[in-house]
Design a protein around this ligand. Structure first.
Ligand SMILES: *[C@@H]1O[C@H](CO)[C@@H](O)[C@H](O)[C@H]1NC(C)=O
Ligand SMILES: *[C@@H]1O[C@H](CO)[C@@H](O)[C@H](O)[C@H]1NC(C)=O
Ligand SMILES: *[C@@H]1O[C@H](CO)[C@@H](O)[C@H](O)[C@H]1NC(C)=O
Length: 353
């Protein structure tokens, strides 16, 4: 169907201006592993990780599809599908994602699936639209590589919740600093054989001193947010509970940008971050996730839809003549080894789920 329309337009040439905008005709195909595709994908991944406030950072695994649309009056829009994998760095962890390891299959990997539109203009990439979701690997696949590995447990499982409470309590008992509150349970596993529950969770500092807290409900989160990430375990043994916890407390984060609109030095370097953040920030602390997320509660779904979906398609008709359609035969090239397009999907960077 698409090729028919294309042929029709070629015949009419400028007549294509009249084509209804939503048909979107003249995209350029790009190899998924082309450096330009990768550049756009990196900007998209960066955007995703900067806007994530739950769960774990994701890293690019494979570029699935790329279409490049001309955009009026200038620039190009990369419409991409990306496959991602969960890393072991929490979303609030400032470690650059390049330094985060990918969650291996035996730890029950989580795959993300994203649609992006990335504008390239004057050599700069900007994310216009992002939509992702994610899902854990299937139980069968985990068992294939590791028959005894525990699977992700529901985050609201009673044992999980109890373990998180005990671990956070253990942390607060040992610390000399602020009292920390739970932000989210990030992942959990139950190992019935050893009666052990493993949890990972995020926490945030309050204005209370841990050693002096009498009523935690009266503690408030600091305006200058300070987050931490913990791994804890609770083992039931002879009617007793053994709790262990290891936490990393991250450097404090500057107060949100909107609170000081005319600032300059505090402004985060990520000005490409655009105003999508408040929307995502909203449900962060203490709030229950929106209903659709409750269905699968063994992980935090990447689902987030951001912003400004520019009507990409409306740009294509006008720019059709811009010489961007590579499928047009170029007669002057003597059988010039028609560029072997290894189309898409591109290479797998880690492993396929
Ligand atoms: C990330 O890795 C690079 C190269 O290994 C290293 O130089 C850098 O210090 C690391 N950064 C962090 C925050 O771990
Ligand atoms: C966990 O959440 C699910 C979905 O909302 C609910 O059906 C289930 O009863 C909850 N489990 C516990 C132990 O609270
Ligand atoms: C808390 O303070 C005590 C006494 O000053 C010290 O011995 C202990 O190491 C401190 N604990 C932490 C976690 O810093």
């Amino acid at each position: 169907m698409k090729s028919l329309i294309l042929v029709f337009c070629l015949a009419q040439l400028w007549g294509c201006h009249a084509v209804p905008p939503n048909l979107g005709l003249s995209y350029r195909e790009l190899n998924c592993d082309d450096p330009e595709s990768e550049q756009a994908a990196m900007v998209a991944m960066d955007y995703l990780n900067k806007n994530l406030l739950r769960g774990y950072k994701h890293t690019l695994n494979q570029i699935d599809k790329v279409k490049v649309w001309p955009r009026r009056p200038m620039g190009e829009v990369f419409e991409m599908e990306l496959d991602t994998l969960e890393t072991t760095c929490h979303a609030l962890d400032p470690t650059p994602v390049a330094n985060c390891s990918v969650r291996p299959l035996v730890e029950h990997a989580v795959e993300g699936d994203c649609d992006f539109r990335v504008l390239k203009q004057g050599g700069q990439f900007t994310v216009l639209f992002a939509k992702c979701d994610s899902s854990p690997d299937s139980a069968e696949d985990v068992r294939k590589v590791c028959p005894d590995c525990p699977l992700l447990a529901p985050l609201n499982d009673t044992k999980v919740v109890h373990t998180v409470e005990a671990a956070l309590n253990a942390f607060n008992t040992q610390t000399n600093g602020s009292y920390f509150q739970l932000v989210e349970v990030s992942r959990a596993k139950l190992v019935p054989f050893t009666h052990t529950t493993y949890v990972e969770f995020a926490m945030a500092a309050t204005d209370c001193v841990a050693q002096e807290v009498t009523d935690p409900a009266k503690c408030n989160l600091l305006a200058e947010k300070q987050y931490g990430f913990c791994k804890g375990a609770l083992t039931e043994k002879d009617g007793k509970e053994e709790v262990s916890v290891t936490c990393t407390v991250f450097p404090t984060q500057p107060v949100l940008l909107q609170l000081q609109p005319d600032n300059s030095p505090v402004a985060s370097p990520s000005t490409d971050n655009l105003p999508a953040a408040p929307m995502v920030l909203g449900p962060l602390l203490g709030a229950a996730p929106p209903l659709p997320l409750l269905a699968n509660r063994a992980h935090h779904d990447l689902r987030l839809t951001l912003m400004d979906a520019v009507s990409v398609e409306s740009a294509s008709g006008e720019s059709f003549h811009a010489g961007k359609a590579p499928n047009v035969v170029q007669p002057s090239m003597p059988a010039a080894v028609s560029p072997v397009v290894h189309p898409c999907p591109g290479r797998i960077r880690h492993f396929k789920i």
